[in-house]
Write a protein that binds this ligand. Structure first.
Ligand code: FMN
Length: 375
C-alpha cells in the first residue's frame, strides 16, 4: 500500500513540479533535478521486501530496479538515487577525456507518447573528474550497487578505441560493482559497428585482457562487501535494432569470451520508429515506444543463451507490470530512465510495490524465480 508520503510525492510532482519542468528545456530540467537530488537531506530509506532481493555475479542487490545509464553521467547524485529506492545505479557513460557532446538542442520530449528522443553524444566531465567524485562517496553510506558505463571519446579514431576502453577499465575497476562497455549509443559515429560479432570479439578480448591484468590491489578499494568478486563483472550494452541473425552471432561471441552479462537495450535509432512518432529529428528513441522492441531483444538473448548470459533489461519500463514482463522475458535486473521524467520520484517505490504484489499473486518466493519464464 502507498503511504501518505508516497501519495503526496506523486501529487506534488504531477500538479506542481511537472508543469513547471515542462516549461524548461529538457536539459535545464535535468540539471535542476540532479541538483535537488544532491541537496536532499539524508532521509531514511525504506527496507525492501525480501522477495525483491537478487543475488547475481556473487553480489546481493536489495531490489532489481536500477537507474539506467545517462541520467547521472558524472556521478553527481549517487546517494540521492539510493534514497529514491533504486537497488542499483549505472553511472556514465563516462569518456576518458572531458567532452561537450553534440550541439544543443539535443534532447526532445514527446509527452503524448511518453517518449524522449536524444542525440547527446556522450557529454562527459571525463574519467579523472568522475573518479574524484566516486572517491568521495563513502562506501559505508551506500547500499546500492554501482555500475559504470564506459564509452570512447568522439574524436578517438576507430582503430584506437580499445585504448580508450582500457584506460576506463583501469580507472574504474576499483569503484564499480559492475562495468558496462557501451557499444550501442546511436549518437557516437561508428560505435554501433563494434556490436557485430567479429568486431565485438576483437575489441572485447582486449578489454577483458586489460581487466584480467589489473593487480588485485587496483580492485580492492571497491569492496564494501567482503564477499564481492575481486574484479567487477564486465557487461556489454546492446542496441534494440538488429537485422537477421546478427544478434545471435554476437551473443555467441559474448558467451565464448566469458563476458559476464548484457544490458539490453539502448535507445532505438530505427527511422521507422521515429516516423511512427511523427518525429523529423534524428536521434535515439526511449520510453514507451521502445518497450516491446527491448523486451523482444531480451527474450531473444535469453532464449539463444539459455539464460547463461545474465541480462539487465531496459527500455520503456514505467510500472511494476512492465518490470515484471521484462523479468519474465529473461532479465535478471531491470533499469529505467524515461519514465522517471514523466512519472516523477515516486515511481521507483510504486514499481517495487506493484512488482511485489505480482510476485505474491503468482505464488513466487523471489523475483528471480520469474526470470525467463515467458522466454
Ligand atoms: C537523455 C538520455 C541520455 C542517455 N544517455 C545514455 C548514456 O550515456 N549511456 C547509455 O548507455 N545509455 C544512455 N541512454 C539510454 C538509457 O540508458 C536506456 O537504455 C534507454 O533510454 C531505454 O530506457 P528507457 O526507455 O527507460 O529510457 C540515454 C537515454 C536518454 C533518454
Amino acid at each position: 500500500m502507498p503511504t501518505v508520503l508516497d501519495r503526496r510525492i506523486d501529487l506534488i510532482y504531477r500538479r506542481i513540479l511537472w508543469p513547471l519542468l515542462l516549461r524548461l528545456p529538457p536539459e535545464t530540467a535535468h540539471a535542476l533535478a540532479l541538483t535537488a537530488l544532491r541537496l536532499l537531506p539524508a532521509l531514511t530509506r525504506r527496507a525492501d521486501p525480501p522477495e525483491l532481493a537478487v543475488r547475481l555475479w556473487g553480489m546481493d542487490f536489495v531490489n532489481p530496479i536500477g537507474l539506467a545509464a545517462g541520467m547521472d553521467k558524472d556521478a553527481k547524485a549517487v546517494l540521492g538515487w539510493q534514497m529514491l529506492g533504486f537497488g542499483f545505479v549505472e553511472l556514465g557513460t563516462v569518456t576518458p577525456r572531458p567532452q561537450a557532446g553534440n550541439p544543443k538542442p539535443r534532447v526532445w520530449r514527446i509527452p503524448h507518447k511518453r517518449a524522449l528522443v536524444n542525440r547527446l553524444g556522450f557529454p562527459s566531465e571525463g574519467m579523472t573528474a568522475v573518479e574524484r567524485r566516486l572517491r568521495s562517496i563513502r562506501a559505508d553510506k551506500r547500499i546500492v550497487r554501482l555500475g559504470i558505463s564506459l564509452g570512447p571519446n568522439k574524436d578517438t579514431p576507430c582503430d584506437q578505441i580499445a585504448k580508450d576502453y582500457r584506460a576506463l577499465v583501469q580507472t574504474f575497476a576499483k569503484h564499480a560493482d559492475f562495468l558496462v562497455v557501451n557499444l550501442s549509443s546511436p549518437n557516437t559515429p561508428g560505435l554501433r559497428a563494434f556490436q557485430t560479432a567479429s568486431r565485438a570479439e576483437a575489441l572485447l578480448s582486449e578489454i577483458l585482457d586489460a581487466l584480467k591484468c589489473l593487480p588485485q590491489s587496483c580492485t580492492a578499494e571497491r569492496s564494501h562487501d567482503v564477499k564481492q568478486p575481486s574484479r567487477p563483472p564486465l557487461l556489454v550494452k546492446l542496441a534494440p535494432d538488429w537485422v537477421g541473425e546478427e544478434l545471435e552471432r554476437t551473443c555467441k561471441v559474448l558467451l565464448d569470451l566469458g563476458v559476464s552479462g548484457v544490458v539490453a537495450t539502448n535507445t532505438s535509432a530505427d527511422p521507422s520508429l521515429l516516423a511512427e512518432l511523427g518525429c523529423s529529428i534524428v536521434g535515439g528513441v526511449s520510453g514507451e515506444p521502445l518497450k516491446l522492441r527491448s523486451r523482444e531483444t531480451i527474450r531473444r538473448i535469453f532464449r539463444f543463451t539459455g539464460g547463461r548470459l545474465p541480462i539487465i533489461g531496459v527500455g520503456g519500463v514505467a510500472s511494476g507490470q512492465d518490470a515484471y514482463a521484462h523479468l519474465r522475458a529473461g532479465a535478471s535486473l531491470v533499469q529505467l530512465y524515461t519514465a522517471l521524467i514523466y512519472e516523477g520520484p515516486g515511481l521507483v517505490e510504486r514499481i517495487k510495490r506493484e512488482l511485489t504484489t505480482l510476485i505474491r499473486l503468482d505464488g513466487l518466493k523471489s523475483v528471480s524465480e520469474a526470470v525467463g519464464v515467458d522466454a
